[in-house]
Ligand binder design. Structure first.
Ligand code: AMP
Ligand code: ZN
Length: 461
């Protein structure tokens, strides 16, 4: 059975074959760095990382490009409101350039903590202003643009199939006109270049043939994917929210300039939701990976949680689901670490695993195969070699795990300190009470010559 992937463009599962033998070009829309990434954003990058690993498992060399949006993403998708970067700058009191730098660094640290493979190319929008201007100029030459008082716009009326990716009801949109059009001719038209305000200087703006200003959000992805891959490449990914506007507009621009719809396959990850509803950066109420780490959760337990749901179904996030993922990962590590090296992978299980991941990345079923291997009566060394092969896709870093590598959360360390003080003061009742408290929190404390040793109860035999 060949690799089959769900393509949003055709709304079907299609057998995957690369455009160029053995090579795959993969472009993934990256973060807008005006704030931290939340774990919802990170779910999308885990899905894309798994896709990349499955492509590698199938023998393809993957060229993976991820952009960093550090200018031009406006608060409203309708090309209105402030640039998110300038808004973030007002919120934090730092310059737009400084927050871009800081949030990019934070994002990359989340990236590494989740064991996401390093992209072949990271590219920033602000490093590619010339490419974006050239792209817009070409669209202008071809007659796809018009000017208004506040910018240069793409004329979506020139394309019969505009919005096909999202199956947009263009007639309905025009009739409804729910959004303020300003000088835009159609609701679906979008900014390619926005003029800076006449009275003040923005922090991020550049000269262009149309005047001082900054690029619209969508043009960076069309320009940079053409530069680092080609105007026609294999797979373009993002979260499901990108289908209706961002990706529809990337396609419109590239079709107008190069006559292609960018990618042979369009793949979209569904959202992580909170019990309260969808998680969004602009909502302000979001959970970061760092928040989980501070609560003693291993980032790879979050990765495990992502693997346990198919990327095309939404994943509801809550503490119970995360705890279950952490326990499953702990159990797996504790078992794995006892298996000796030197085996060879079991072929039947390997074939079953491959069939699951090749069927549109069915990671939940692939995890079920993993647990079958764990519980099987195969020799331990065979189980280890088989699971190692699977972990090239799961990315749980099983070979690197050490039993004592479990971090003690701050609140647990604090209780242990109090207990140490009680013992030093020979207050045995208080010391016992604190030991019971630790036990209730899931920690076992032992007194050794060099002080207390804390171990998690669920890691003990
Ligand atoms: P942004 O930084 O907002 O441009 O988003 C970065 C990536 O995260 C994009 O691919 C979005 O589609 C994706 N995304 C945003 N919110 C969520 C969510 N709640 N769950 C999964 N992916 C998301
Ligand atoms: Zn994009």
């Amino acid at each position: 059975m060949p690799l089959a992937l769900y393509d949003t463009w055709s709304r079907t599962l299609r057998a995957f074959t690369p455009i160029q033998a053995d090579h795959v070009g993969l472009y993934c829309c990256g973060p807008t760095v005006y704030d931290h990434a939340h774990i919802g954003n990170l779910r999308t990058y885990v899905f894309e990382d798994v896709l990349r690993r499955v492509l590698a498992l199938n023998g393809y060399a993957v060229r993976h490009v991820v952009n960093i949006t550090d200018v031009g993403h406006l608060v409203s998708d309708a090309d209105e409101g402030e640039d998110k970067m300038e808004k973030g700058s007002r919120r934090t009191g730092e310059s737009a350039w400084a927050i871009a730098e800081r949030y990019t660094a934070d994002f990359m640290s989340d990236w590494r903590a989740l064991n996401l493979l390093e992209p072949t190319v990271w590219c920033r929008a602000t490093d590619h202003i010339a490419e974006q201007i050239e792209f817009i100029a070409e669209l202008e030459r071809k007659g796809y643009t018009y000017r208004t008082a506040d910018g240069v716009y793409f004329d979506t009326g020139k394309q019969d199939d505009y919005g096909f990716l999202a199956r947009l009801d263009i007639a309905g949109l025009q009739a409804g006109k729910r959004i303020a059009l300003g000088e835009k001719q159609r609701a679906t038209d979008f900014a390619l270049w926005k003029f800076g305000p006449p009275d003040t200087m923005r922090q991020m703006e550049w000269d262009s043939p149309w005047g001082r200003g900054f690029p619209g959000w969508h043009i960076e992805c069309s320009a940079m994917s053409a530069k680092y891959l080609s105007p026609w490449f294999d797979i373009h990914c993002g979260g499901e929210d990108h289908i209706a506007v961002h990706h529809s507009n990337e396609i419109a621009q590239t079709q107008a300039r190069h006559g292609t719809r960018l990618a042979n396959f369009w793949m979209h990850g569904h959202f992580l939701t909170l019990d309260a509803g969808k998680m969004s950066k602009s909502g302000g109420d979001f959970v970061r990976l760092q928040t989980l780490i501070e609560r003693g959760i291993d980032p790879l337990a979050y990765r495990y949680l992502c693997l346990s749901a198919h990327y095309r179904s939404s994943l509801r996030f809550n503490a119970d689901a995360l705890d279950a993922a952490q326990s499953a990962l702990d159990r797996l590590r504790r078992t794995y670490v006892r298996w000796p090296d030197g085996g060879t992978p079991d072929l039947d299980f390997s074939a079953r695993f491959q069939a699951e991941v090749d069927q549109d990345l069915n990671l939940p079923r692939a995890l079920a195969v993993l647990w079958e291997v764990v519980r099987s009566d195969l020799p331990a060394a065979t189980r280890r070699a088989t699971v190692d092969r699977f972990d090239a896709v799961f990315g749980l870093r099983l070979t690197e795990w050490k039993e004592d590598a479990v971090a003690v959360p701050v609140d647990i360390a604090h209780i242990a300190d109090e207990r140490e003080k009680a013992r030093a003061a020979k207050d045995w009742n208080e010391a016992d009470r604190l030991r019971d408290h630790l036990r209730a929190e899931g920690w076992h404390v032992e007194d050794s010559a060099s002080g207390q040793v804390l171990r998690r109860l669920d890691k003990m035999q």
